[in-house]
Ligand binder design. Sequence first.
Ligand code: BDR
Ligand code: CA
Length: 316
Amino acid sequence: VMKLIIDCDAGVDDAMALIMALDYVRKGKAQVLAVTCVQGNTGLDNVVVNVLRTMNAMDIQVPVYRGAKDPLIGPYIRHGPPFHGEDGLGDAHFDTTPDLSVVSSEHASLAIARLVRDNPDEVTLIATGPLTNVALAIKMDPDFTKLLHSFYIMGGNLNGRGNITTCAEFNFHNDPEAALVTLTESLTPPRMITFDLCISQALFSLDWRKNKLGQKATRQARFQNKIEDTLLKAFEKYYGDYSMWDQVAVAAALNPGQVVTEASSACASVELAGQHTRGQMIIESRLRQDDRKNNVVIVDKIDKTALENMVLDAFD
Ligand code: BDR
Ligand code: CA
C-alpha cells in the first residue's frame, strides 16, 4: 500500500484530486498519512475547512495539519474568485460546519518532515498548492527529502505562458521563493506536472464534464458538482474547455506506470525578480545533457484515458 502526503490549498481541483486519493484509500491501495494545508487559492482557514468538507464527502477521515498562512516573502496572492470563489470551494452553500477539533496542533511542515523520516523511502509527497510548507520543511530538515519514495508537484510552466499572470503559473507565482527552494534543494527530484502539460493534455470538453461527471449521483459527485458551479462558469467564459490541474498530479502519483508515458530530466529554476515574469519557471536548456545539473523530472506526456478513468472511478 502506497503512503501519501498531500500538501494542498483546496481549491476545487485540489478537492477533486483529494477525492481521487481517497478513492485509492477506500480501495485499500493507498494510505494518506497527512493532508497538509497551505494558503493559496483561498486563505489558510478556508483551506482547512475545505479539506475537511472534502473528506466528509468521501466519509473518510485522514490526519489534517495546518501550515503556512502567508507566502515566505511576497504578499498573499490568491487565484481569484472567478475560479475557486472567495472561500475556495466556489462559494457554495453548506448547512453544516466541519468539526475543527480533528485538526492536528503540529505544524504542517514539521509533520511532513517527521512522517517522511518515520517511513523512510515509502512516502510519496504530492504538492498541489504553493510550495510554502514544503520549502519550510526543506529549510528546517533538508535531508528528509532524500528519504522520499517519490515527489510530485503541480506547478510551474515551460514556455513563459501563465494563468495568473502573463508569464507565471499560479502555484509558483504565489510563492516563487518557496518554489525556488523546493526545486533547487530537494534531494529527490520532483516530477513536475506543469501548466503546459495540463492545458495541452488534460483538457476535457465542458460537455464531457456535464454528461460524464455531472450525471453521477454519489455523495462525492454531488459535492463536486456543487462546488464546481462557479469554476464551470469561468471555464465557459474564459477557456471553453474543462481543464484538470491538481487531478493530474494525484493521478500520476497514484498510478505512474499507466498515467505518465513520457518524462525527461531538466535543470529548472524560478524567476524571482521580473516585473512580468516573477514566478515563471526557467529551464536551463543549455545544460539539458548534463545530468549532474538536472534537478527536476518534467512529465512530458500522460495517458489521458487513464486519467479520465481514474477521475470517473473516484466518483462511483
Ligand atoms: C493551480 O492553481 C490553482 O488554482 C489550482 O488549484 C492548481 O493547483 C493551477 O495553476
Ligand atoms: Ca491547487
